[in-house]
Design a protein around this ligand. Structure first.
Ligand code: ZN
Length: 193
């Protein structure tokens, strides 16, 4: 198949023929790397890092409050339950959605994209591009509770209650960062027809 033997130069965009081994651009003589495996392994490595970080993000407290010397620590789920009991249903739902479901959905989407490109699962190309787009769009929502923590800590800073982002918040922010890197390193050209 000819279409598999064409390779694009990442410097000048010229189309070259992949003869196997080291390929140099016919126009600018730049060394062209086969993007295929690099992209796959980068995406996988960032994804594994993100999944590992998901554990401390949920186990360790995301919020540490100090009131009159009494230290209170709460995890993401603990905070959601606390907000629910306090009657802040919309906020509880947003935080539950953004910090528990969105990361898991993103992991599943990226795993699906990786598996389907690796084993060349036959499905419509539009679906996978859509899935990739959805992954990008919902990704921006997973930082919501990091914003909530920072806004809360600023707002309550002047009152008797002191709010400090806990270890879980750091792990969570890092997890979001690595998930983003994972999605960014995924080369949409890997999606086969
Ligand atoms: Zn070139």
């Amino acid at each position: 198949m000819l279409k598999n033997k064409l390779i694009r130069c990442h410097i000048c965009e010229a189309t070259n023929i992949d003869k196997g081994g080291e390929v140099r651009c016919r126009r600018c003589n730049e060394k062209i790397h086969t993007y295929k495996n690099i992209s796959f392994h980068k995406t996988l490595a960032f994804l594994i890092t993100a999944i590992i970080l998901y554990i401390p993000a949920n186990v360790y407290p995301i919020l540490v409050t100090k009131k009159f010397g009494v230290v209170n620590e709460s995890t993401i789920l603990g905070g959601v339950m606390h907000l629910w009991e306090a009657g802040s249903y919309p906020v509880a739902l947003i935080i539950l959605f953004a910090s528990v479901f969105v990361p898991i959905l993103k992991f599943i989407f990226i795993i699906y994209l990786l598996i389907s490109t690796k084993y060349n699962v036959k499905s419509s190309i539009v679906d996978k591009h859509k899935l990739f787009y959805i992954t990008e769009v919902i990704g921006s929502w997973s930082m919501v509770d990091v914003f909530v923590v920072s806004i809360l800590s600023v707002l309550i800073h002047f009152s008797a209650v002191e709010i400090i982002p806990g270890m879980g918040a750091t792990a969570f922010a890092l997890m979001v960062f690595f998930t983003m890197l994972s999605a960014l390193s995924f080369d949409t050209r890997l999606i086969k027809r």
